[in-house]
Structure formats: structure tokens, C-alpha cells
Design a protein around this ligand. Sequence first.
Ligand SMILES: C[S@@+](CC[C@H](N)C(=O)[O-])C[C@H]1O[C@@H](n2cnc3c(N)ncnc32)[C@H](O)[C@@H]1O
Length: 317
Amino acid sequence: MKGGDILTWQLYQGDALKIIKDLVSESIHCCVTSPPYWGLRDYGVEGQLGLEPTPEEYVSKVVEVFREVKRVLRKDGTLWLNLGDSYAKEGLSGMGDPTIGERNLGGMEPIKKKIPQGLKPKDLVGIPWRVAFALQSDGWYLRSDIIWSKPNPMPESVIDRPSKSHEYIFLLSKSNRYYYDYKSIKEPVTESSIKRLAQTTLADQRGSSRVPCKTNGNMKAVGGIEYRNKRTVWNIPTSRFSEAHFATFPTELVKPCILAGCPVGGTALDPYAGSGTTLFVAEQLERNSVGIELKPEYCSLINRRMAGIETNLFQMQ
Ligand SMILES: C[S@@+](CC[C@H](N)C(=O)[O-])C[C@H]1O[C@@H](n2cnc3c(N)ncnc32)[C@H](O)[C@@H]1O
């Protein structure tokens, strides 16, 4: 930021698709967002995304919204899209889905779920990848899947599959070359790599030549590198918020997306703002932000959070 520059954040209450249509083309550096997951919960507000009867209808709505997001992104802009999955099942859901490790957070209406055509009870729906491939077909560059690994997943009562402890974040870009500040999110190398890199010559290195069938000699990397390119598995605990009735982003999940995707003084967008984590983190990192949220109560929450009144919304991790 240059001295005298003022950071701004704007919040629009309403439907994401309708409001994005009014935003200026190529005005946004990056979009960091978590749309409502398919068939998971009823936010109790008309026009909400996520209650479409079939995965196909959900995917096609998401594609329509993100086509507009693509228009408002700069040519070098990126989209960081967090999506969770669910299982095909009959009956009530939507109070927090224990099949993907969610608690009943309260304040939600249950949803009556049916088995989507083509799926069997217990099938993983695969929504994240369905959306990712549909966006790719719609012209986005699908650049990376990132695993949000949760060290504190909710216990599940299943004994016929592993317990779910991850969600996806997809990094998509509008063009084949785009803004990505890898330096700002480099991560420390492991203890073993530090030891290995501390060896000053190849002759010092022992061990790797013993790997069966290894034909290219000893390890190559020597030198004092302490940081490496950020990897695709991000180990971040989920956050607990006393007031928000839905899954909120941990701030630590949003930070790398904004650091790498948006320059200081640039603008980040979240069309499904919820409790406003993207806006809040953008401000902390000296970026501008634009948020859209359908539910008026959540907009009030965001206003309080951004005014620094709702302190428990960013202190509880
Ligand atoms: C998973 S939450 C987002 C949580 C957010 N990432 C956070 O950190 O708090 C999804 C949000 O999308 C909102 N929403 C649902 N349908 C919408 C629509 N059509 N337009 C805008 N917002 C919508 C919901 O009210 C909810 O707050």
C-alpha cells in the first residue's frame, strides 16, 4: 500500500448472481469463496443456492454464477473455490451433516433428501469434482486441487469407510498466465530436509543411493534453502463460532489464497460471504474486498465483524 491509500470493503445484500451482474468487468483480482454445499442445509432464505433437487441442477447453477465471476475478474485473476462433498441418502438432513463430519450448529431447517438419479444410497456424490470439471469445460483453467486437511474433524459413526477429514479448495484461473505470488506463501521445509540441505556437497550425502533401483546417484539438493513452494495439502483446524449457524472459513485457510491471489491494495471478492471471513482477512492483509450475502442477518453479522464489534468471530479457532 502506498501512503494515503484507503482500504475499502463493500457488502451487498442479495442474490450472488444478480449482484455480480452489476459489478464492473475485470475489476477483481481474486475470488475466495465457499458456496453452500449441495443438499446440506437450508439457510431459510428464498433464492438460496444448494437446495436444487439434483447434483446436475446444482452444478449448472454454480457454473452460471462463476461465469459472471470470471467476467468481473481481471485477465490475471484467480478463483479459490472451497467445496465439500456429501453422501446420497434418503431422509432428513441439513442440521449439520454428520456423514461429512459436521455438527448440528443450530438455526437451520432440515432438508428432506432423496437419492439422486444414477446414484445409490451410500454413494459419495462427488460434487467438488463435478463442479471443477464443469467449470473447466466452461473455460476456466483448473490449476490445482488443494486438500484442506482437518486435524480436528468431527467423529463419524461409520465403520465401513474411513472418516472424512478433508475438503477441497480448487484454484482456477481465467487465463493461462495469472497473478500468483508463490513467494508470499512459501512454507518452511521439514526437519529432515533441513538436515539434508545442510550437507554441503554431494559427497557428504549418505543413504539415498541405497534406494532400490535408483540410477541417478545421490540426492541432488544441497544448500541452505529453508522454505519451499507451498504444497497442496493444507493442515488447518476448523473454527468454532458461537453465533454463525454454518461452516465458516478458518482465517488461516483464507490467508494463503489472498496472499498469493491478490496484490496488496488489490480487491478480493466473496459472493457467498457468510460471516465475512474473506472480507475480514482481506482487510487484515491490506486488500480491498467485495462481499455478497443473501441473508440479511448474516449481513448484520459481517457489518459487526468488520466494525470490530464481533470479536468472538475471529478469535475462536
Ligand atoms: C458456506 S456459507 C459461507 C461461509 C463463509 N465462507 C464464512 O467464512 O463465513 C454460504 C453462504 O452463502 C449464502 N447464500 C446462499 N445462497 C446465496 C445466494 N443465492 N446468493 C448469495 N449468498 C447466498 C448463505 O446464506 C451462507 O451465508
